[in-house]
Write a protein that binds this ligand. Structure first.
Ligand SMILES: CC(C)(COP(=O)(O)OP(=O)(O)OC[C@H]1O[C@@H](n2cnc3c(N)ncnc32)[C@H](O)[C@@H]1OP(=O)(O)O)[C@@H](O)C(=O)NCCC(=O)NCCS
Length: 189
């Protein structure tokens, strides 16, 4: 069996472990309330796309190189979830946050973490990160990884508060500019 086929089989096995992961209700602050965090169904991918575009709009014209999330299409986002899936956060019936994950043989990769600007600072991204741990554990994975930029100090602080540590800093592959990609990881078993 080719390496690609083996990896494809492994992903199917990992994905089958995700069936049956229930949504969770978590308390949020500012003001006090409840958010519901759940695996996203394909019918919700367009909604995730809208949240991602609105969340990353603040970086439009401000990053060198630009974040692909600013201009990402629904097809691109869907393609990026092919190796895993999506997580969506609701407050009441309002979708307010999302992120994607990819299942790798030895870790779960988290990407496109997004919360709508008016809903920030309430713990919604934190709740999504916690839910990613449930997903990773269900898939038998004991490590989560993500990438951000040196320039995004508040994001690095958020991830450090969740137990992530910086594993490497690399020049961005698309530019020789000063901003660097920061890779972070959290092991939990
Ligand atoms: C980063 C982001 C997902 C945080 O969402 P959130 O629900 O506000 O996060 P939480 O409430 O769980 O935690 C708040 C922490 O997030 C971090 N943060 C990063 N950018 C932030 C922003 N613009 N507004 C508020 N918090 C931000 C800070 O560490 C903040 O803590 P602080 O207020 O003590 O500084 C959200 O700000 C966002 O969508 N930003 C744009 C997209 C982005 O940068 N995604 C991550 C790419 S690596």
């Amino acid at each position: 069996m080719s390496e690609d086929a083996q990896t494809g089989n492994l992903r199917e096995v990992l994905r089958s472990c995700l069936r049956g992961i229930d949504p969770v209700d978590v308390p949020i602050t500012n003001p006090l309330g409840t958010a519901t965090i759940a695996l996203a169904h394909p019918q919700q991918f367009a909604c995730m796309h809208e949240i991602t575009r609105r969340a990353f709009a603040e970086y439009d014209g401000k990053l060198n190189p630009p974040s692909p999330a600013v201009t990402i299409t629904l097809d691109e986002l869907t393609e990026q979830m092919a190796e895993g899936g999506g997580v969506i956060a609701y407050v009441g019936d309002l979708p307010v946050g999302s992120a994607l994950f990819r299942l790798r043989p030895d870790h779960l990769y988290i990407g496109r973490l997004s919360v709508l600007p008016p809903m920030r600072g309430r713990g919604i991204a934190s709740a999504i990160l916690d839910y990613m741990e449930i997903i990773a554990a269900a898939a038998g994975l004991g490590e989560m990884r993500l990438g951000t930029r040196v320039s995004m100090e508040r994001n690095i602080a958020l991830y450090e508060r969740h137990g992530y540590v910086i594993t490497s800093e690399q020049p961005h592959p698309a530019t020789a500019g000063p901003d660097k990609v920061v890779w972070m990881a959290r092991r939990f078993k």
